[in-house]
Ligand binder design. Structure first.
Ligand code: CP
Ligand code: NVA
Length: 309
């Protein structure tokens, strides 16, 4: 199986086998790095990184990933590019393809990333759009697997906004055999097309892909509990209204009692303590958020090494 040249845009067109390939390489690279072994799999290759939105984890983990793989990462601020002055994406894509071996982009509209990938000759990696965050989901399932073993049959419950993170988590869980339940307030559920796609692509035809408005019921028997901010980047204007609507979905120690005793807690970060999650839950021994953040580096190294080989 060769993933060379493949875009990572949504996870929709990545098979279960390809996702397991990433997890397996990510685990190997993580172990090797901790043993002090170098793995210069992308020597002499350059990744361009376009960021239309703020980032701590994605920017730093991609930059370090390229360095550890023996390549180079170029941070591109759209305000400094001609793109910021109106040069079309389709032109930018073809020009960048002549200099770079890969492009990572974080932006608002998912359509922009699709267009960039369509016109680009080198692989394009989605570093978050309003609709999907596939790199996050790969690190998420890597983390769950490290703590809970085989993903098949595990119950992963996401509380809150049916957003980019929820969409990608649903796809990643379904494709690796885990049950996934998203509990959101009415009107804030994940997009139906994404839910249908996740259902269609389930590795295990008996696994659950569910959406509910009842957070407590969703949490019953959960092996992993996940939450994310209530107002994503670009939704700052809705913050006040969302604070009210999402209150019953806050992840508290009390809510966590509904899950299995040994359930782990995940959050893609940045977290808003006192909103979607309490400080107590974030700091509790159940929280694996720092390992999860670390795994962004390892999962992305695996993706880069496979698609830019
Ligand atoms: N989780 C995540 O993507 O974090 P950043 O926004 O800091 O990149
Ligand atoms: N849903 C959040 C994730 C941040 C990593 C956002 O889009 O802002």
């Amino acid at each position: 199986m060769s993933l060379n040249g493949k875009d990572l845009l949504t996870l929709i067109d990545w098979t279960s086998e390809e996702i397991f390939e990433v997890l397996s390489l990510a685990g190997k690279l993580k172990k090797e790095r901790k043993e002090g072994k170098d793995h210069y799999l992308l020597k002499g290759k350059t990744l361009g990184m376009i960021f239309q939105k703020a980032s701590t984890r994605t920017r730093i983990s991609f930059e370090v990933a390229m360095w550890q793989l023996g390549g180079y990462a170029l941070f591109l601020n759209p305000q400094d590019l001609q793109m910021g002055r109106g040069e079309p994406i389709k032109d930018t894509a073809r020009v960048l393809s002549r200099y770079l071996e890969g492009i990572m982009i974080r932006t608002f509209s998912h359509q922009e990333v699709e267009e960039l990938a369509f016109y680009s000759d080198v692989p394009v990696i989605n570093g978050l759009t309003d609709s999907f965050h596939p790199c996050q989901a790969l690190a998420d399932i890597q983390t769950i697997r490290e703590y809970k073993g085989d993903l098949k049959g595990l119950k992963v419950v996401y509380l809150g906004d049916g957003n980019n993170v929820a969409h990608s988590l649903m796809l990643a869980c379904a494709k690796t055999g885990a049950h996934v339940v998203v509990a959101s307030p009415p009107g804030y559920e994940p997009q139906r097309e994404v839910v249908e796609k996740a259902l269609q692509d389930r590795l295990d035809p008996l696994s659950q892909v569910d959406v509910t408005n009842d957070p407590r019921q969703a949490l019953e028997g959960a092996d992993a509990v996940y939450t994310d901010v209530w107002a994503s980047m670009g939704q700052e204007g809705e913050q006040e209204e969302r604070l009210k609507v999402f209150q019953p979905y806050q992840l508290t120690m009390e809510m966590l009692k509904e899950a299995k005793k040994e359930a782990v807690v995940l959050h893609c970060l940045p977290a808003h303590r006192g909103e979607e999650i309490t400080d107590e839950v974030m700091e509790s021994p159940r929280s694996v958020v720092w390992d999860q953040a670390e795994n962004r580096l390892h999962a992305q190294k695996a993706v880069l090494a496979l698609v830019m080989a």
